[in-house]
Design a protein around this ligand. Structure first.
Ligand SMILES: [Zn+2]
Length: 333
């Protein structure tokens, strides 16, 4: 029996928000897949490669069970935290919503309002009209390196907790991985070369996690990692063909090889800016870049913060920019 229907937000060519080398849609698909895999036959899901919002899927799906739509938030760096969006006029938060709010407080702290009623979003509105038990969860900010690291380190934990909230499986799971500073492990044994290869394979995570895992071997191993990856200069500095090199490094960044944030900066050394710019290009993030897109983003965030009210008041306040700002609001959410 299906007890939970999962929608991974965006898709169908809409990547959602981008940040820290990740795309929102790709990340929430990863979480949805984990929920579906761990939930067995009790979880159904919207097709991962299609946009439920854009294709009007909420008009016709018949989940026959509660619906969980997964997103990640986006804003200027500094904003962080998860929250739950529920349709207004649906009787308020239910037990599922309250439990998810607790989960967001635990894993993605940072928001004071953990449950927000919205009357201006299509999927929540249609769900309410059709009597579907529905909530949209912003699983932290993809624009915040800490939230992204926490998300990546806790996909399994979040999946278990979501399943438990909807009465699936044994539930609970163990405590969340305390990313981005996980519990220290004993310093691993092995040669520096061996450890460096394991770092490159992702075994020790990134940033502080990698430092903690490698203990007093960190500096030596990290130096060897940089050598092996041909970054950071030195006698092993590679690559007579810079363009290809940047493309190649960018692809490896996207594959997660260099981690995030400071770890990525350290691994890429002087090539960081060029590679990161190429990553953003490849991910379709931040393109165009003119002041216009920034203005639209700023206005969209003001809308989300409630500065322009709803309905006609918002239309009046935004004038000609209404359609573009509203489209961006929907993207960000
Ligand atoms: Zn979204």
């Amino acid at each position: 029996m299906t007890k939970l229907y999962v929608i991974a937000g965006h898709g169908g060519g809409d990547t959602g928000a981008c940040g820290n080398g990740y795309q929102e849609h790709e990340r929430v698909v990863a979480l949805a897949q984990e929920i579906v895999a761990r939930g067995g036959g009790e979880v159904d899901h919207w097709p991962y490669d299609q946009d439920c919002y854009g294709s009007g899927g909420m008009d016709w799906i018949n989940p026959g069970c509660p619906v969980l739509e997964l997103h990640m938030d986006s804003a200027s760096p500094g904003a962080r935290g998860g929250h739950v969006i529920i349709p207004s006029n649906c009787g308020g938060a239910d037990g599922y919503d309250n439990a998810i709010a607790d989960l967001m407080r635990e894993v993605f702290p940072g928001r004071s309002n953990l449950i927000v009623e919205r009357g201006d979003l299509r999927n929540p509105n249609v769900a309410r009209q059709r009597g579907i038990n529905y909530r949209l969860v912003e699983n932290g900010f993809i624009s915040d390196a800490g939230d992204v690291a926490t998300f990546n380190a806790n996909i399994g934990y979040l999946a278990d907790r979501y399943l438990a909230i909807f009465g699936i499986g044994s539930g609970g799971g163990s405590a969340p991985a305390p990313a981005p500073t996980p519990a220290p492990a004993p310093t691993p044994s092995g040669s520096i070369d061996d450890l460096a290869q394991r770092v490159i394979n992702g075994e020790f995570g990134n940033g502080d996690a990698r430092k903690a895992a490698l203990g007093d071997k960190y500096d030596a191993v990290q130096a060897r990692v940089n050598e092996m990856l041909g970054v950071g200069g030195g006698s092993h500095a590679p690559s007579p063909t810079p363009a290809t090199d940047i493309d190649d490094l960018a692809r490896r960044v996207i594959n997660g090889e260099f981690g995030n944030g400071d770890a990525r900066k350290a691994a890429l050394g002087s090539k960081y800016d060029a590679v990161q710019a190429r990553v953003n290009e490849m991910l379709g993030c931040g393109g165009g870049g003119g002041s216009t897109s920034v203005d639209i983003d700023t206005l969209a965030w003001k809308v989300i913060n409630g500065d322009y009210g709803n309905g006609q008041a918002r239309r009046d306040a935004l004038g000609d920019l209404y359609d573009r700002v509203q489209a961006r609001v929907n993207e960000l959410l």
